[in-house]
Design a protein around this ligand. Sequence first.
Ligand SMILES: NC(=O)c1ccc[n+]([C@@H]2O[C@H](COP(=O)([O-])OP(=O)(O)OC[C@H]3O[C@@H](n4cnc5c(N)ncnc54)[C@H](OP(=O)(O)O)[C@@H]3O)[C@@H](O)[C@H]2O)c1
Length: 254
Amino acid sequence: MEVILIGSGNVARLMGKLLTGNGHRIQQVYSRNPVHAKSLADSVNATAVGDLLLVNKHADLYIIAVADDALPGVAASLRLGDKLVIHTSGSVAMDILQNTSSTYGVLWPVKMIRSATEQLSPATIVIDGNSENTILEIANIAAGLSAAVTRADSNTRIKMHMIATFTANFSNHLYHLAADYCDRENIAFADFFPLIEAAVEQLREQHPRNTQAGAAFRGDRHTIEKHRKLLNNNPRMQELYDVFTESIRLTFDT
Ligand SMILES: NC(=O)c1ccc[n+]([C@@H]2O[C@H](COP(=O)([O-])OP(=O)(O)OC[C@H]3O[C@@H](n4cnc5c(N)ncnc54)[C@H](OP(=O)(O)O)[C@@H]3O)[C@@H](O)[C@H]2O)c1
């Protein structure tokens, strides 16, 4: 397919790399920042454009991977007839593209993508489209990127996006705080890897309600107080400790 990337951030860069690897050709990269457009365009052998009016109207696929807030404006500035246009957001309704083209949809990679991310697989890709044919076309593109492709409408996708915030963004933030604490206290964060991996592994077998453990689960107030005291100089971690402790205690009535 002849592909045009609208946006030059983390997702556009990864899509460009993976689609090129799958035999597609990136024709153009658009960014409002010419340096960003050129940098990504050079890496995928494409032409950089800094004006949406210069976007070629004869490609097969247009991927709009810009900041969520910028999506309405970018979509409103593009008129692409019946060309296949998709955005990559988990939180923006598909219909934002309804005036951009008569063939549109979504391809949302459920993964935390940063500049160093080289692979999408094995991430789930959530797709949607404005007709069964469009969904099939987008499913084919997604299948080249990951084996786990699922369909969800905009209402379900935003709920999945919120849950991804719990399961990845928040949990990663907790790991971040824990790793920093370990660094300060000369504790090897790596000693916790088996614990973390086992907790994730058992999710495949059991509902997480059946695997909860710890002081709050047992209602062990003495240990909870000892932990809280250790965090007296770290009010942000102490606050999170209290919120999670309360939630676990309410859940298990301890
Ligand atoms: N990163 C993730 O983990 C992830 C995962 C799944 C889906 N997504 C979705 O993918 C999309 C892109 O995310 P990203 O992570 O690639 O973001 P990003 O790295 O922050 O890049 C955002 C891109 O949007 C452009 N942009 C921002 N405001 C703009 C505006 N007003 N007009 C035109 N372009 C504008 C930026 O241009 P400049 O370079 O000029 O700033 C940049 O090219 C979003 O919809 C996001 O929700 C992200």
